[in-house]
Design a protein around this ligand. Sequence first.
Ligand code: HEC
Ligand code: HEC
Ligand code: HEC
Ligand code: HEC
Ligand code: HEC
Ligand code: HEC
Ligand code: HEC
Ligand code: HEC
Ligand code: HEC
Length: 344
Amino acid sequence: MVNETVRRRHSLTYFVVFSIAMALIASGCNTLKGSKAIRPIKEYENMIIGRFDADYVGTANCLSACHEHDRLKQDFDASTMGAQLKQESGLPLVDCESCHGPGSIAIQGLTAEVVKQNSQKGMKTKCDANALINLKLLPAPAQSLICLKCHTANATFNLHNWSASTHSINDVSCFNCHHVHGSPDLKVKPIKTGRMCFECHKATQVEFVLPSHHPLNEGRIFCTDCHDAHGGSANKLLRKETIKETCTQCHPEKRGPFSYEHADVMEDCLTCHSPHGTVNNNLLVAREPFLCLQCHEGHRITSRTGGNTSAESRRAFYSRCTDCHSRIHGTDLPSASGKGRFTQ
Ligand code: HEC
Ligand code: HEC
Ligand code: HEC
Ligand code: HEC
Ligand code: HEC
Ligand code: HEC
Ligand code: HEC
Ligand code: HEC
Ligand code: HEC
């Protein structure tokens, strides 16, 4: 009897807890379904700087106090992002506070008179930068969110896969590659990517100076020809779905189809080649004949194969296989015996 009551009371408690939980989840879902920030972005930025009384004061107020003549401001005004200050464009207004957060506290007390007095004394007027968002100290994902509040996947198409990209997952942030104040030209020129990427990819840098390498340092190929730093659906941040597609965009003669194909080996060029550089000729991962001997046996040139078995030809046995099998990527011409041996 007692047990029965306790059990009933328990199930009642469970019911109440369950209902509250469901109600909470449902209301949470509604908020999420609504697809808007749970609180306005301004409030988050206030939270980051730790002051709820900070407010946005606009570029003019900010700059009259501190950055009036800075190269930084001139560059920004000349950039695509700064140029959007023209309201007619319909694009979001980008100003200093878009990234640095509300600035009212930073410029507190900096009236025009103070600035004037200081400059008469030959002094620059500094704002209290500590009252702004400390961008450098933010963890990487939070840094990126500063940019992503405008550069959403919809607004900036190449960021579609950012969140799932190896870079994002490994705490690389937009700031690591894009230096907003670096120059007025925010577009990343391909030629700049080598240095940009080598900052972290030292091993890759070494590969590009090996005896055989893709001519990257020579300015004829770029990291971004093959990789998309912002991620994608392919492995290794590659732009194309497969290795073969990656390579044949510039080496179309290797694409085939051929009457005589090298089985499906050709689907993955990396079976035999390295993408960046190697110590062997032709970016090969191993020297011939060892490259071929991984999958084939060496052979004599017999009468069957159109040669003889003299000492001379036996030496050919383990030499460069492609001296004879010169069409190793596939061919439309049969060999002497009428088969596909890639000899012509
Ligand atoms: C699109 C975002 C963005 C906008 C807009 C922006 N900044 Fe910055 N700013 C940054 C980032 C990111 C950093 C540097 C963080 C770092 O060094 O890693 C920075 C750094 C700075 C610094 C410190 C420079 C240094 O060398 O340490 C100053 C000063 C500055 N910004 C002023 C401004 C002013 C003035 C404006 C408006 C004209 C402005 N910023 C607009 C993102 C922005
Ligand atoms: C307040 C909104 C806003 C914020 C925040 C913002 N951007 Fe932008 N950004 C824009 C607009 C608008 C443009 C110009 C239109 C365009 O090219 O998409 C632009 C342009 C750019 C461009 C040049 C694109 C081109 O094709 O020339 C780059 C690169 C860029 N932003 C990077 C960043 C980075 C990195 C951050 C974070 C530090 C950032 N942006 C933060 C709105 C913003
Ligand atoms: C690992 C380096 C790297 C990171 C991290 C990175 N980018 Fe880029 N970004 C590039 C390179 C390289 C290009 C130019 C070629 C391309 O689109 O791949 C570029 C291009 C862009 C462009 C177009 C402007 C242009 O030059 O064509 C925008 C906008 C942009 N990035 C925004 C962002 C934002 C926002 C983030 C953070 C969410 C970010 N990027 C993170 C390297 C990077
Ligand atoms: C701030 C450092 C940093 C910069 C700059 C950087 N990367 Fe990375 N990259 C990483 C880290 C961290 C990883 C993940 C760990 C690893 O593989 O080393 C990574 C991984 C990669 C991978 C392997 C992806 C995978 O799925 O295994 C590729 C490809 C790559 N980066 C290309 C680039 C290119 C191209 C650039 C220049 C546009 C670049 N990275 C710039 C830090 C960086
Ligand atoms: C010709 C196309 C091509 C170019 C150019 C290229 N890569 Fe790669 N990269 C690849 C391929 C393909 C892979 C995948 C290798 C694999 O799956 O084993 C790769 C792999 C990587 C990796 C993963 C680690 C590794 O070595 O396997 C990094 C990091 C990387 N590349 C960075 C770069 C950087 C940085 C640049 C420019 C300096 C660059 N790549 C230029 C095609 C290229
Ligand atoms: C963006 C264009 C481009 C892409 C993509 C590309 N290559 Fe190349 N490749 C080149 C250029 C340019 C050369 C140098 C040709 C020359 O010097 O005449 C080259 C040379 C080569 C060589 C000869 C190297 C030597 O030492 O003579 C091989 C092998 C090669 N590529 C294989 C590949 C493979 C495998 C891939 C895919 C992972 C690939 N390429 C993707 C442009 C490209
Ligand atoms: C079974 C091994 C193997 C595979 C797989 C392979 N290659 Fe090669 N590749 C070679 C060998 C061996 C050479 C050197 C040829 C020579 O010395 O005549 C070479 C040379 C090259 C060259 C430079 C010389 C030339 O013929 O232009 C390019 C470019 C090239 N390969 C691209 C590719 C591409 C692209 C793929 C993938 C579609 C690929 N290779 C797949 C073995 C291979
Ligand atoms: C990753 C394994 C692999 C490598 C490396 C490789 N091959 Fe092959 N090769 C194959 C396969 C699989 C076939 C198809 C075999 C078959 O159909 O019996 C083939 C077929 C051939 C054929 C035609 C033989 C026949 O029976 O039709 C020749 C000739 C050949 N390869 C030469 C070479 C040479 C030369 C190299 C080095 C440059 C090489 N292969 C590297 C796997 C490889
Ligand atoms: C001196 C020229 C020459 C050299 C070097 C050579 N081959 Fe051949 N190979 C031939 C000829 C000729 C055939 C027969 C072609 C035909 O069917 O008409 C052949 C046939 C083959 C076949 C088809 C199977 C068979 O026994 O008929 C394979 C596999 C093969 N070679 C692999 C290799 C490998 C691997 C190497 C390097 C270790 C190599 N070859 C070196 C000339 C050569």
